[in-house]
Design a binder for this molecule. Structure first.
Ligand code: NAD
Length: 473
């Protein structure tokens, strides 16, 4: 039986980071992953590279170009006639990008001498891993350490089951062969808003049905309010407090029944994207006697260092507690590899940035105003609109703002909430400041280049102390 220092089950973001870091540290490493591409060959990178972060960003970019071309170019004096989108070319470009990056992980594995196994891994007693290949063939390998990184899968609603054609998950909505005339989306979460935006910008009539009464409850309320207004302006219809009860496929259409604020409603769409969250993917993962426990949501139980409590068995990424974000998985994978190698490792779950790649983008780090209020923590806030930032106006992207929240007594930054152009990049500065336990005064005293969008972060920091320059305080 082949013996390794580290066996990683799952080659998604958390798993491939664990494998590469372990190999860099001189550990004999294997990675077991079952994902295959259209050609039937291994496609490392998991959900993130195959049907998540990267392909969605490719389509968001294509659709943004089309939207700007058809909606915004005239203000620059640029006129176009008969703009059209060829969906096949757009999807082909996305597939090419995916292939480039999944192939990139395979090359990194080769370069780092990581042994790659194509198949589904099952943890057995004594840190053995049984691998079932796509053809059903089985083999067993053994590890001094095993890192579980099996990720997550879309949650399916019993009354709106995925058929891959009319009712789809994120993967399906990344591969439509034409712009659906009418697209229904269940769930105004991250996936619903991003993929709803893609198809809306290409001309689809998009209706998003969200069960909760508040829009983007996890975000700060001020940011959510601005985002909702901007998304509505783009023609995204978002029905809040609406619960789907039935989705029937009839003659190539999906007939929806849902209970809204004004009673029962019907909606007919051509495609339905169900994006109501994801669940940890741990089905069939554990053999008898492994000592690894699952919680009530099927997640692998781990401590703050991603140790399962069973000797030499660790778990990272979407299959454990914490936000289901690729970058959280990256850092957990690296941490575990370093701990296995006898080094220090730590991930601070309190400073994980969130980004939603709508237009405008939404990003945040730390606590919302409501969370602080509920916890009775004294705070002060400062906000600054992009409409007063020269660069944002010159870019024709004046929507949005930066809101900074600091402790009322110590001035330590407790949260930063952003909505606007490129805030996915601006949030990084705020994460660094929070990791270094910075204050709003620290950010206020740091020179920010002019003219840049980062000046909104600077001005929001100044505004905490009521001394923003380009607005009345
Ligand atoms: P989500 O948790 O972000 O949103 C799901 C939404 O569906 C929630 O608002 C919920 O209230 C609503 N909902 C649940 N059941 C419903 C029902 N029956 N009817 C109507 N609405 C209902 O989940 P998601 O958008 O599916 O994304 C899954 C995971 O993937 C998330 O954890 C997310 O963090 C991650 N993800 C992240 C990014 C990113 O970082 N940009 C992008 C895509 C996905």
């Amino acid at each position: 039986m082949d013996q390794f220092d580290v066996i990683v089950i799952g080659g998604g973001p958390a798993g491939y980071h664990a494998a590469i870091r372990a190999a860099q540290l001189g550990l004999k490493t294997a990675c077991v992953d079952a994902w295959t591409g259209a050609d039937g060959k291994a496609a490392l990178g998991g959900t993130c590279l195959n049907v998540g972060c990267i392909p969605s960003k490719a389509l968001l970019d294509s659709s943004k170009q089309f939207w700007n071309l058809t909606q915004h170019f005239d203000v620059h004096g640029i006129t176009t006639k008969d703009a059209a989108i060829d969906v096949k070319t757009m999807i082909g470009r996305k597939d090419k990008i995916v292939k480039q990056f999944t192939g990139g992980v395979a090359m990194l594995f080769k370069g780092n001498k990581i042994t790659s196994f194509l198949g589904t891994g099952k943890l057995l007693q004594g840190r053995q891993v049984e691998i079932t290949a796509p053809d059903g063939g089985k083999q067993t390998i053994a590890g001094t350490n095993v890192v579980i990184a099996t990720g997550s899968a879309p949650i399916e609603l019993p009354f709106a089951k995925f058929d891959g054609k009319h009712i789809v998950d994120n993967a399906g909505a990344l591969a439509f062969d034409a712009v659906p005339k009418r697209l229904g989306v269940i769930g105004a979460g991250v996936i619903g808003l991003e993929l709803g935006s893609v198809w809306r910008r290409l001309g689809s009539e998009v209706t998003i049905i969200e069960a909760l009464p508040d829009f983007l409850g996890a975000a700060d309320a001020d940011v959510a309010k601005v985002a909702l207004k901007e998304l509505n302006k783009q023609g995204l219809k978002i029905e809040l407090g609406a619960k789907l009860s039935k989705a029937e496929i009839k003659k190539n259409e999906v007939h929806l029944t849902y209970a809204g604020k004004d009673g029962e409603k019907q909606l007919v769409v051509d495609k339905l994207l169900v994006a109501v969250g994801r669940r940890a993917y741990t089905d069939g993962l554990l053999g008898d006697g492994t000592g690894v426990k699952l919680d009530e949501r099927g997640r692998v139980v781990v401590d703050e260092h991603c140790w399962t409590g069973a000797e030499g068995v660790w778990a990272v990424g979407d299959c454990v507690r914490g936000p289901m974000l690729a970058h959280k998985g990256f850092e957990e994978g690296i941490m575990v590899a370093e701990l296995i190698a006898g080094k220090a490792g730590h991930v601070n779950l309190d400073t994980i940035p969130w980004v939603i790649y709508t237009e405008p983008e939404i990003a945040w780090v730390g606590q919302t105003e409501k969370q602080l209020k509920d916890a009775g923590i004294p705070y002060k806030t400062g906000s600054f609109p992009f409409a007063a930032i020269g660069r944002a106006v010159a870019m024709n992207e004046p929507a949005g703002m930066v809101k900074m929240i600091a402790h009322a007594e110590t001035d330590r930054i407790l949260g930063v909430h952003l909505v606007g152009a490129n805030v996915s990049e601006l949030v990084a500065e705020c994460v660094v400041a929070m990791e270094f336990k910075g204050s709003s005064e620290d950010l206020a005293r740091i020179v920010h280049a002019h003219p840049t969008l980062s000046e909104a972060v600077h001005e929001a920091a100044l505004a905490v102390d009521k001394r923003a320059i380009h607005k009345m305080n």
